[in-house]
Each structure stands twice: as C-alpha cells, then as structure tokens.
Design a protein around this ligand. Sequence first.
Ligand code: ADP
Ligand code: MG
Length: 546
Amino acid sequence: MPIKILAREVISKIAAGEVVERPASVAKELVENALDASATQISVEAQGGGVSLIRVTDNGSGITANDVELAFHRYATSKIDALTDLEKISTLGFRGEALPSIAAAAEVEVLTKADSDISGTYLYIKNGNIVKREKRSRPQGTTVTVHNLFRNFPVRLKFLKSATTENGHIANLLSQYALAFPEVKFNLVLDGRLILKTPGNGSLRDVAAEVYGLEIAKQMLEIGGTDQIISLTGLVSPPSLARSSRGYLSFFVNRRWVRSGLLARAAEDAYHGLLMTGRHPIVILNVYLPTQEIDVNVHPTKTDVKFRNSQTIYAAIQKSIGKALVKVPPPKIKTDTQAFTPPPSLWEPKDTVKTSLPILRVVGQLASNYVMAEGPEGLYLIDQHAAHERVLFEKILAQRSQQKIEIQGLLEPVNIELSPKQEEALKTKGVLLSEFGFNLEPFGARSYLLRAVPAMMKEGNLAEAVRTLLDSLVAEEEPSKREENIAQSVACHSAIKAGKSLTAEEMRELIKQLEQTNQPRTCPHGRPTMIHLSSRQLEREFGRTG
Ligand code: ADP
Ligand code: MG
C-alpha cells in the first residue's frame, strides 16, 4: 500500500483509544477535570459497567459559554500555555485531549455554568459533532454525561470485561481519588447503588474508613517527613494488617494518583523482614515534590511519572515508613486453627506480642526438621533451619559492623565459573564481598579461585553458594539492601539443613542462641521461625474449656 496521511476521523479514533482505554478512564478524566476546576463535591454515576452511562457532576468553576465548544477541540486546554509550562505542571490535566477523546468514543452531553455567566450552556455531541446547543439553568459547576461508550469501537467493546469488573475499576478509581483528596466530598453510585460516600472533611483516616473499613482505618499508622526536596504524608498498616495482594498500595505524587515501581518498592522494602513472603502492606502515601523534580508527560493517561532523584525519594520513603513501624511489635504468628476463623478481617490479631522469647525447654525433635519446645505459654514448634538462619544472619551482620568477620582460608581453593552477569556483579560490588570475608582471585576467562570464605560457611557447595550470592546482588538495585543480601546468603548456606537429626545438646544450644537474637520469630526472609500453640489453644482443641 502506498504511504498516505490518515483521515482526521481515523487519527482522532486512534488518539481517543489511547486516552480512553476503558470506562474507568472516562471517569478518571472527568473526575480530574472536576478537581482541576476546584470542585468540593463530585458525584459519579455509572450504569452497565460504565458502557451505558457515566455521569460526573461537580460544583467547580464551570466553563464559560464562550469556551464550551472549544473545550471539545483536541489540544484545547486552559491549564498550560507555553512549552516551559510542561516542566511545572500543577494540574491533573494539561494535554487538552480528554474531552475530544471521549466525544470521539461516545455520545456526550455537557451542562455547565461559570460564575460569570447568567445562564448555563448545554451541548449534545454525537460522532464528534455538536447536534444541539442551548441555554439551560443550573448552579455553578459542570455535569458531563457519557452514553454508549465504544459503540463505534466494536473491537474495544469486545475486549471489555464484564460489567462487574468494569464497575470494580470505576470503584477503585473513585476510592483512589477520594484518598488523594480528603477535603472533597465524593459520591459514587453504580447501577443505582451507593458505593462510596466520603465526608470531605479533610481527614485521610475518615476516607480510609470509608474505603477500607473502620477497623483497618483505626489501626493505620500516620507517617510524615520532610527533607530538602521531598515531603511525605500518609497512612500505612502495621505488619499485623498485611494483605495477600498489592492492591492496597496507593501512591499520589503532588496529588496525582500514579503507578510507580519505585514507590511500591520503597514502601514494601520498609516492611522487609516484618511480613511473610507473599504478604503486602496497606499504604496510602502522598509524595510532594517540586514540579521540576518529576515528569508526568510520559503517557496520555498520565498515571506514569518519572523522578529525577529516585534515590532520594526511595530513601525518604523507607525512612518515614520505617520510623512509624519501629513503634509496632512484630506480627503474631498465626496457627492454622486461628486462620480458619472467618471472616478474614476479624482474625487479624488485635493483641500484640513482645519480640523476645520466653525461656524454652527442649522436648525433642520432629521429622528431623523441627525442634519441639515447651515454655510458660505453651508449645513451640521451631523450624531448625529458619531458626539457625536467623541466628547466623544477625551474627554475621554484627561481625561485619564491628569489622570483625571471622575468616576461614580454604586449604584447597575452589574453582568457580561465573556467568557474565555474575562476573559483572563481582567486579562492581566485589569490595563488599571481601568485607564479608570472601577472597576471590581471577583465574582465566570468567573463572575465579575462591581462597577464603566467612568462617561460618566452611562446608557444603561453596561454588554454588557464591554464584547464588552474586545472583542476588545482580537482582538487588538498592545499595542498602546488598549487605543484607550477602548476610542472608551466607546464613542460608551455613544454617543447619532441614532433615538433619540434632542431639539434645545441639537443640538446646540452638534455642539459646535464638533467644538472644533481635527478631527470633522470623527468619531473615520474613518467614516464621516457629509456630506457637498456646496452652489455651491446646485446651480448646482438646475440648477442655467451655
Ligand atoms: P485538559 O484537562 O487536559 O485541559 P480536557 O479535554 O480534559 O483537557 O478539558 C479541556 C478544558 O475544558 C480544560 O482545560 C478546562 O478548561 C475545561 N473543563 C473540562 N472539564 C471541566 C470541568 N469539569 N469544570 C471546569 N472546566 C472544565
Ligand atoms: Mg482533563
């Protein structure tokens, strides 16, 4: 086919498809417009998953009669003016694409009135053309109603999920904006049912109560902090409130709801060692940065941002969440019997447990895997490998911080072949390895001789251990985590293996050492080292109570 420039209609459909991915995108753009217009009340109504109808009503500034039609032209905006404005965007919208895109993908009615106008303006737009325009009265503000979304986009329509799923996206979107703007009253009605209503009193905790429930909102911890460029506010969950998905992470940058791997990583890393693998915190985090520190002009949907100083931001988030978390004792380990009690939100432990262990008496070993011990509060089943890992992890970190790593020279050096990535990690982060007591000497192409290791490591497949360690360094982007990674690898390699029978003396020694650690109840990866069956639980299980 010869090259030709596409017809206007085709261009506008392509562009519309980028902005309006699904019904929730329409809701998003309209809500953003309402917020940019300084509305204090925003009501959203949707029917049929947003395909039949989406209506957003606000009490914001309104659009003057002169400007209404212009608002539906592509790249028509009142929010930025010159190129330099792109570097200091403070409104949610700025591309002037939403209204024309929506009008290209659906039928649109708008009724709006600005303060300066005596009456309001009503427009009806079909296939991108204005088919009706009249004066109508209404108080200051704007109502945009979108009908039959994607009727002319059969492919898009086919790819939409069920109305329930699309409703879910709209509900999530409104929840996010409600969390970002606690001073605005939000109202969401889906297929005639009131789904969300926020008080608009400025309290984030009150919005969180509407979105996540009162029980959760009550337990959330307040965070805050300011340094040179960044300022943070928000609420985060104590570790005991962890969820099994990342769906409870909300990030707002200068009040824009964003998805950001960096922010998610920073927040989740702050819980490192406090949550079991596969569990995630609830985080509502507002990040404020000077507008020139971020770039929001990444994609038409404006949900991606780029940060100029990602290191600073990562560190600030870790620090401020970490500060809130140190005040909380670590999570109580739940046994299966507790976990069976429905519904989930009720079995979150309300009482907290102190970190330290009581004095334990070893009873015996189970399946060459677990140490059984008895204490004043009942029975403890301790995972011998995880427990020993915890002991060694803290030991090697302590040795390193005092620069007293115990080193073991190898009588027979071990030849290690490295992959290019592993070799790269060794070249760039090798100093850290030597600080932990590893001595690796180049020995031909991608081949090295291991001459010394941390003393606790001496046995087992050392070549494999070093390769695994280098892999973990490759994967770790955060410098402050690298030390921990090395300590984890060393501890994991050196700890007693599962399946090894232990003498009574060995078990007593292990428990004694575990008692002396800072976090005896979790292994360095955050998994539990032990399961506790309280005397009360035992009595209940045996039917001795009640
Ligand atoms: P953008 O938000 O990027 O400027 P839009 O296409 O979403 O582009 O909107 C175009 C213009 O219409 C906005 O710049 C604003 O002036 C006006 N506008 C849209 N919605 C509203 C609203 N709810 N209240 C007041 N003005 C609005
Ligand atoms: Mg807009």
